[in-house]
Design a protein around this ligand. Structure first.
Ligand SMILES: [Zn+2]
Length: 440
């Protein structure tokens, strides 16, 4: 298996796609005094190399104009098409969820974090949450040999012009979170409706506290709690600026898991690698029943909330790739324009039967084979190049730029007798490619 190439290797492969102009040039590069024979020899070599340099042509569909109605689009909604490949993580670019924080306080400003306390605390909070997303562990209740895959999503603060993504509200009627009793308000959206900023494109996090009356009650559990409401999140914390953020991270990732479409893992959640169980063990213990029934899944209730199974990760990426799903709008649109550091080269066999939003050029190198059967977004100005000896299968794929910008299309290279191959298995849809100039 190939490891991801580093930048230097990638640049080298772009310069030398076919290795057709090798050693004979060496003398031309030496600092020799130019003489007519030397100049003539080098000119001849240059001309020869030019003859064999790969010729690049843009691929166009063999039969007439594309018509949407003759193309049967695939649903591409199966989570199995969205599993990160540990050998090729770049095939599924990391997703960045934009978030902001609203610190809810009373009018006196003494029930929750002050601005000076909140900023460092919640920046640390987000760093810890990202570190936890970067760390996946085996789900204790998955079948043996279930893979442990990278999650490939993270959080990023999304400031608006003139602010830093932190908002402070002093509102005696909306600063508190009550999860039980007659004043229960955890399901209320009032605070979201009143204070959310950019809620169609940013995950708004409302940091609230338990009401002092609740805290005085012996039956009320004034601990870390949260609730996901659409693309916003309300969490109840204990106001303690010196306290650790750690105890909220599992809760936070769990609630965001709901926003991204995951159900609780202990019930039927559509994932064959999370079994159903009573969800009665907060922690593992040496004694039964929690010796056998404890769980560490992010979508169960437990003290760890660290593990996500392949199916859960696949389901998250299925949602994030779906252009009709509102959670996709929470993503930083990293796929609009090309980032050369994110160019992808396919050197062995790959099947992408889930949608992808690439951020760089895509190259099918000699010996590589790629089958596309879903949506593939290519960044502006980029190309999908099939090098001599590379093979591309289009199986009803939809190739476009998801931001409506233009990209260069599929380029097929030929070098001598070798050429890149593009096979159409089912009519694809190619969009956002400028019309070719008329050929002579
Ligand atoms: Zn939950």
């Amino acid at each position: 298996m190939q490891k991801a190439m580093n930048k230097r290797q990638r640049a080298k492969s772009e310069r030398q796609p076919d290795r057709l102009c090798p050693l004979p040039f060496a003398p031309c590069l030496l600092p020799l005094a130019p003489c007519p024979l030397h100049i003539a020899l080098c000119s001849l070599l240059l001309a020869l190399c030019g003859c064999f340099a790969p010729r690049t042509e843009r691929f166009s569909l063999p039969s007439g104009p594309q018509e949407r109605q003759v193309r049967v689009p695939r649903s591409c909604g199966d989570w199995r098409g969205y599993l990160p490949d540990p050998a090729h993580p770049e095939y599924l670019p990391v997703r960045y969820l934009r978030v902001n924080f609203h610190i809810m306080n009373n009018r006196a400003g003494n029930r929750n974090f002050t601005p000076a306390e909140a900023r460092p605390y919640f920046r640390r909070f987000l760093e810890t949450a990202n570190a936890q997303l970067d760390t996946n562990l085996r789900n204790w209740r998955s079948p043996e040999n279930t893979a442990v895959l990278p999650r490939r999503y993270r959080y990023v603060i999304a400031p608006q012009p003139g602010d830093d993504g932190f908002y402070f509200h002093y509102d005696d009627s909306l600063y508190y979170f009550v999860s039980q009793g007659k004043n229960q308000n955890n399901y209320s959206r009032k605070v979201i409706d009143k204070y959310a900023v950019g809620k169609d494109s940013i995950l708004n996090i409302f940091v609230m506290v338990h009401h002092e009356d609740s805290i005085r009650s012996k039956t009320y559990r004034a601990n870390g709690q949260g609730i996901a409401l659409g693309t916003a999140l309300k969490i109840a914390v204990i106001y303690d600026p010196q306290g650790s953020t750690d105890s909220y991270i599992g809760l936070f990732n769990h609630e965001v898991g709901h926003i991204l479409g995951l159900s609780h893992a202990w019930v039927e959640d559509g994932c064959p690698d999370t079994d159903n169980h009573p969800n009665k063990c907060w922690m593992w213990s040496e004694q039964p029943p929690c010796r056998d029934l404890a769980t560490n899944n992010m979508m169960d209730y437990n003290a760890y909330q660290i593990a996500l199974t392949p199916c859960q990760i696949g389901r998250i990426h299925t949602a994030l790739a779906n252009e009709k799903n509102p959670v996709r709008r929470l993503l930083r649109p990293t796929w609009c324009r090309r980032n050369p550091d994110q160019d992808v080269v396919v050197r062995d066999s790959a099947v992408w039967d889930g949608a992808r939003d690439l951020e760089g050029n895509l190259t099918v190198a000699p010996g590589g084979a790629l089958r596309l059967s879903c949506r593939l977004s290519m960044p502006a100005g980029s190309s999908l190049t099939v090098q001599p000896g590379g093979r591309l299968w289009l199986d009803g794929a939809h190739l476009h730029n998801a931001c409506g910008l233009t990209w260069k299309g599929i380029l097929v290279q030929t070098a001598g007798e070798r050429r890149g191959e593009v096979h159409v298995l089912k009519q694809p849809l190619l969009e956002n490619i400028p019309a070719e100039k008329s050929r002579r």
